[in-house]
Design a protein around this ligand. Structure first.
Ligand SMILES: [Zn+2]
Length: 377
């Protein structure tokens, strides 16, 4: 494989680093200290080059992915481009989908047939006993409900976590609090959650929790989950627990725009969610970027970026959520533009404000352009 050299770039090597004019050399899928003499040279015309983005909350559940094992490549490629490529994502975490489709899609990407991100999947989510959420119930026909893991006992929790990992899941998703009706949350039993977490951690897999409210958050923290997948949107009584989560080093994926788009834009609902996020941040809590795309039909990242800016986060903080923080959470590389790192990169028009992180011109994974046109036209 001959390399690629991006010249005339404004390189932002890490969150908070000053942009440095120069070039980025890529060799054998890695960032190199000097260009391959045979490399293709691309002039990016002063565009910003930074590390590839992570979306730590996606779902590969839209109709696009059904039959992912045999659908024509062009069809799947268009879906991957729209969801991930044009948004700058080189790594995504799928927090529940149909594993047969997702694993087939992942295989076709890793085989090089499709251009897409590194997918880490939870496969099917694990829900409380009799705890299928009301908003999913309609999408899951009755004859498929047996496939939804809803363990009633610790032994069951252990078994379903083992089954998900055995079939190819790399993370575990627990609904420690599940909205069984619009105003009723059913928590997962603590012993069930603990059993699933123990299995995941024995396999070095992170556990993500959908908590919904105070009780679901308490179960998640007691069980030792690694990532809270949304700010709990029933925020009453959550502030002390969020401070505890921050102190314990539990990560949080805010998904602020999902609440606005799928529930209501009413300030009486959204303001307490923003406030809960600020409580977590003020206590030193750390965030991962995620949009819940797939459940959310709007694929653009602009709304989530704007919501994070509204909560007071700046460019460096949001870039860290997109790059270095998930790399740290998953223990994979540094998430920076540095020699020896995988050449997972994003080319942006500019980077003056948080929403500029949506102005993606090209996405490069392992040295291959997966979407867009890095060159100036
Ligand atoms: Zn979700």
């Amino acid at each position: 494989m001959s390399g690629l050299t991006l010249v005339n770039a404004s390189v932002v090597s890490a969150p908070g680093a000053d942009p440095v004019p120069g070039s980025v050399a890529i060799r054998d899928g890695l960032i190199a200290d000097r260009p391959d003499p045979d490399a293709t040279v691309v002039d990016v015309g002063g565009a910003v080059v930074t590390a590839g983005f992570w979306n730590c909350h996606v779902h590969l559940t839209e109709p696009t992915w059904s039959g992912a094992g045999h659908r024509p490549a062009e069809h799947l490629q268009a879906g991957l481009d729209d969801l991930f490529g044009r948004r700058g994502f080189t790594s995504v975490v799928d927090l529940a989908s149909r594993s047969s489709e997702t694993l087939a899609l992942r295989r076709r990407i890793e085989d090089g047939e499709l251009r897409g991100p590194r997918i880490r999947t939870a496969a099917e989510a694990i829900r409380p006993f009799r705890g299928i959420p009301f908003y999913v119930r309609d999408e899951v026909p009755w004859y498929l409900r047996w496939a939804v893991p809803t363990p009633a006992t610790a032994r069951g929790g252990r078994r379903v976590a083992e089954r998900q990992l055995a079939k190819g899941a790399e993370v575990i998703k627990l609904f420690t609090g599940s909205y069984v009706a619009p105003t009723r949350v059913r928590p997962m039993r603590l012993d069930v959650a603990r059993a699933a977490v123990a299995v995941a951690h024995a396999h070095d897999a992170l556990v993500f929790a959908h908590t919904s409210d105070r009780t679901g958050l308490a179960v998640a923290l007691e069980a030792g989950v690694d990532v809270v997948a949304h700010v709990p949107d029933t925020t009453e009584g959550t502030h002390d627990l969020l401070r505890k989560a921050a102190a314990a080093g539990t990560w949080l994926v805010p998904t602020l725009d999902m609440f606005a788009q799928t529930v209501t834009r009413d300030a009486a609902y959204l303001d307490p969610i923003d406030e809960a996020l600020r409580v977590f941040l003020d206590a030193g809590g750390r965030l991962l970027f995620g949009t819940d795309v797939g459940y959310l039909r709007d694929h653009d990242t602009h709304g989530e970026l704007a919501a994070l800016a509204r909560c007071g986060l700046g460019v460096a903080e949001v870039l860290a959520m997109l790059t270095t923080d998930p790399a740290e959470a998953f223990g994979t590389g540094s998430g920076t533009v540095a020699v020896g790192e995988p050449a997972d990169l994003v080319v942006l028009d500019r980077l003056d404000e948080v929403t500029d992180l949506a102005r993606v011109r090209a996405t490069i994974r392992r040295g291959r352009v997966t979407w867009g046109q890095p060159a100036t036209s």
